[in-house]
Ligand binder design. Structure first.
Ligand SMILES: C[S@@+](CC[C@H](N)C(=O)[O-])C[C@H]1O[C@@H](n2cnc3c(N)ncnc32)[C@H](O)[C@@H]1O
Length: 262
């Protein structure tokens, strides 16, 4: 591929730089952007985290089938129908929005636990949001509270947040997009006791520590907690070993998801 200033790669790099600079000037963006840069300078213990996750991983299919085979089959059916619809929306948008969470597992857990309140951090295109909202709709009750921070390398990134979430499911959705620190301060006093919590936003060790400390007193005693990308650093391992009790680890596409509460 040509690499000169006029090449496609050169144009993409320039527009990413322009978007970063523009977004940094917007109110509330700069502090979150600076925290992310700082987190990237810290060694994340990724190899150690990956080895631990690999060693503890179990099959998500066996987990689902052993707990509730009919709901696991329903989750698979929902995901098989939803995936092509979401992919078709994403292909028309044409900008990379990162990978989604474990939407099949989240649909299953939402159906299994019938939560009144679900909290998630990290929305992006909205795979996880769509999974939870679809399952809540089938349950006939419950609401989803989501905290996101738009991808600041894109131009006007707010327009892409939750783009795969079907319009008819949005009544049960409360979406906040100013970053976890600001969003959780607004959400937590309003949302009620949380019985399903999906963490998929700031993957740094500090970001995870901040969010879990912030939400801890708002979780029901039976709350199911799902953490995505636990192989990015040793936060999940350190947290579950410190709190004691059971935990589970599932592999998905070479990445790992952690779960407590079941
Ligand atoms: C991996 S994506 C989430 C994927 C989503 N759960 C899904 O299933 O489609 C991570 C999202 O978290 C957002 N994010 C990153 N840092 C954040 C922060 N400090 N506060 C809130 N959201 C953040 C990213 O911009 C991105 O939108």
């Amino acid at each position: 591929m040509a690499r000169g200033p006029g090449s496609l790669a050169g144009v993409a790099r320039r527009s990413t730089f322009v978007n970063l600079a523009r977004n940094a000037l917007r109110p509330s963006y700069l502090p979150v952007m600076l925290r992310k840069i700082k987190a990237r300078l810290r060694p994340p213990n990724r190899d150690e985290a990956l080895a631990w996750a690999f060693e503890h991983a179990e099959s998500v299919e066996s987990f689902g089938e052993s707990l509730a085979p009919e709901l696991w089959a329903e989750a698979n059916h929902w995901a098989d129908e939803f995936e092509p619809q979401a992919q078709s929306i994403l292909s028309t948008i044409g900008v990379p929005l990162g990978g989604g969470g474990h939407h099949r597992l989240l649909y299953f857990l939402t159906r299994l636990t019938s939560p009144a309140t679900v909290l998630e951090t990290g929305v992006a295109a909205g795979w996880s949001s769509a999974a939870v909202l679809s399952a809540l709709s089938t349950n006939g009750s419950g609401s989803l509270w989501s905290s996101d921070f738009p991808y600041f390398r894109l131009e006007n990134p707010e327009r892409y947040v939750g783009c795969v979430v079907p319009e008819e499911l949005r009544d049960a959705w409360n979406l906040y997009i100013k970053g976890d620190r600001s969003n959780l301060a607004e959400i937590l006093p309003k949302c009620g006791a949380i019985s399903l919590f999906h963490y998929d936003s700031d993957k740094s060790y500090d970001g995870r520590t901040f969010a879990m400390d912030a939400v801890a007193s708002h979780l029901t005693p039976e709350c199911v907690i799902v953490c995505d990308d636990i192989d990015d650093n040793t936060w999940f391992r350190d947290w579950v070993l410190k709190r004691g009790g059971a935990y589970r680890v599932f592999e998905r596409g070479g990445k790992y998801v952690g779960l407590v509460g079941l």
